[in-house]
Design a protein around this ligand. Structure first.
Ligand code: ZN
Length: 214
C-alpha cells in the first residue's frame, strides 16, 4: 500500500502553502512533480528535448513511464504528494492504472474558494523574486529579506479569468471523479491560511496520525 495525497484548489486557494504545512506536520512525503520529471528526462533525451522546445504535449506513455520510475525509487513507507497530476482525462486513467499497480491509498482534498475570492487573493499575492516564498500582502521575504513583489500575471484579470476557465474545464471533472469515488474531502478555503490549515489537519489527522497500521 502506498499513501497518496492529491491537493486541488483554484488559483489563489493557498494550495502551495498548505502543501508545505502538511509535509511539515506529517513528514515522510515525497513530492512528485510530473512536469519536473519530464524536464529532467528531456536533458538526456533528444526527442523529448524537441517536444519541450515546440511546446507540444508529451505522449501519455512517457508521462506514465517517468512517473512509474520515480515511484520505484521510493522506500516502502514514503507517502506521495502529487503536484499538478492528474490534470486531464487521460492522465486520470493513467493515475488509476498506477493506483492499481502500486495499491494507492488515495486521499484527495479540494480547497474551495469562489471565483471572486480567487481574483481578490491573486491581486494581493506577493512573491519573493529570489525564492518561492509567497504571502498575502506586502513585505519582505522572511528567508532572504528580499522585497516581495506582485506577479504581473496575477494582476491581469484577463489572464486570471482564463486560468480559472481552464481549471473549471480540465480540473473540475477530475475533482468530481475523486468525489464520486468517496476519496475527496472538500475544505472550506475562506478565512486565513491558519484557519484553513486547521481544517485540513482535522481531516488528515484521521489518516496520517491515528490510523492503525495493519
Ligand atoms: Zn525569498
Amino acid at each position: 500500500m502506498r499513501d497518496v495525497l492529491l491537493l486541488f484548489g483554484m488559483q489563489g486557494s493557498g494550495k502551495g502553502t498548505q502543501g508545505k504545512r502538511i509535509k511539515e506536520r506529517y513528514g515522510g512525503f515525497t513530492d512528485i512533480i510530473v512536469g519536473q520529471l519530464l524536464r529532467e528526462k528531456a536533458k538526456t533525451d533528444k526527442d523529448m528535448e524537441m517536444l519541450m522546445k515546440t511546446g507540444d504535449l508529451f505522449p501519455d506513455e512517457i508521462v506514465e513511464d517517468v512517473t512509474e520510475k520515480k515511484i520505484d525509487t521510493l522506500s516502502s513507507g514514503e507517502k506521495i504528494l502529487f503536484d499538478g497530476f492528474p490534470r486531464s482525462e487521460s492522465q486520470l486513467l493513467m493515475f488509476e492504472r498506477l493506483a492499481a499497480k502500486y495499491q494507492f491509498h488515495t486521499v484527495a482534498l479540494n480547497i474551495l474558494i469562489n471565483e471572486e475570492e480567487s481574483l481578490v487573493r491573486l491581486r494581493k499575492r506577493y512573491v519573493c523574486p529570489k525564492c518561492d516564498y509567497m504571502q498575502v500582502g506586502e513585505g519582505n521575504c522572511p528567508k532572504d529579506g528580499a522585497k516581495l513583489e506582485l506577479r504581473i500575471d496575477d494582476t491581469n484579470p484577463e489572464i486570471i479569468k482564463h486560468r480559472i476557465a481552464i481549471f473549471k474545464k480540465d480540473t473540475q471533472p477530475i475533482i468530481d471523479h475523486f468525489k464520486e469515488k468517496g476519496e475527496l474531502t472538500e475544505i472550506d478555503g475562506i478565512g486565513s491560511f491558519d484557519e484553513v490549515t486547521e481544517r485540513i489537519f482535522k481531516v488528515l489527522d484521521k489518516y496520517y496520525l491515528t490510523r492503525v497500521v495493519k
